[in-house]
Design a protein around this ligand. Sequence first.
Ligand code: UD1
Length: 417
Amino acid sequence: MEQFVIEGNRNLSGTVNISGAKNAILPVMAACLLAPGKSVLRNVPILNDLKAMAHLLRVIGARIDYGKGSMSIDSKDVCYSEAPYELVSKMRASIYVLGPLLARLGEARVSFPGGCAIGTRPVDLHLKAMEALGAEITIEHGYINAKAKQLVGADIYFEKSSVGATINAMMAAVLAKGQTRMFNAAMEPEVDSTIDLLNKMGAKISGKASTTLTIDGVEELFPVEMTMIPDRIEAGTFLIAGALSTSPITVANCEPGHLGLLIDKLREAGCILDVGESSITITPPTKIKPVNLITLPYPGFPTDLQAQFSVLMTLAEGISYIEDTIFPDRFMHVAELNRLQANIRMDRNVSTIKGVEELSGAEVMATDLRASAALVLAGMVAKGTTTVSRIYHIDRGYDHIENKLNALGANITRMDL
Ligand code: UD1
């Protein structure tokens, strides 16, 4: 098993290029099942979650080929409607094949995704939406069985804002008969980029970037080519690395419009941010100010950056409070950060972080994707050596994070145990 050995060094400088967004590519890969033929996605990094989705699509009958920074998905021969446990248990986003398979083949059998390190993560909203569109859903032997000869447009009211349920329902509704309206839909940029792809394929979805979407069903969709949006969570992680550094860094090839609240919070912490059209230069403060935050659906502060921002606050001059309302159990990084001599106390889904002078290197263990990014940032600023084990989590969603950080001046070695 691989691990990172990190020598503490806060002196980062230079420019880092942001890759395509994992969470935008995953649903779009599934959406390619809706348009028989070969679609091409550009700005696609090499990430384990994308490989896992490619594996699942192959099992279903699609052909996936990789080019330089691109991926083609030929869904002409898609004919199997089952997403097996071995694949879904590895990656929850496999649930994204439910809507497309139901719309294209009239049936889907998808293993029930279990919980994960960040909480129980139910899929009830996905299933309710499919039922609203006329699907018959049964749960048997750990599998979701969905059937519908013809999906029919309907009004769908989401009880909670859910990225996954909004996208899944949208992928089912594009080929339904008649009109679907979705209320309290998620507005994350990844939802918008899926809308862009589907509309390019010939779907009729309006209401982008709002909580109400209207979808007029069409008879068929056609394959397309599309360049994927930059990863706002990777960009945010590097901006926080810049805030922890001692000199400015530039985060390039990003979409500053997707990072509004993080930019505000970094300014509140004392950083200076120079925001360009597709790049941001961050100059760290000499003293980090404490900042309180609460995670909320977009455009609120992303839960996927909560752990990384917490690392910044461990070195602030004062006390900050961080609340996660989206995944209340997403605080596995806290015990590990305290091993590095951070001072964090938990009360349900709120952490109280009392800033310390410095962190001290130690052996820590990654528990999930974003928590591992937080531990890497912490290791970079801690005094001495930090070892982060179970880094397979980080390869799920970051394109060679150690190479990108080392190019900025970090000292991270990947070691095979
Ligand atoms: C996506 C992202 C994940 C991010 C999350 C929130 C992908 C592959 N993953 O996950 O990185 O942290 O959005 O921004 O894009 N919920 C239900 N029932 C459901 C579905 C969700 O109760 O059927 C709840 C969840 O437990 C959570 C909230 O709704 O409390 C939001 O989750 P959701 O937006 O669905 O997250 P994902 O799409 O799974």
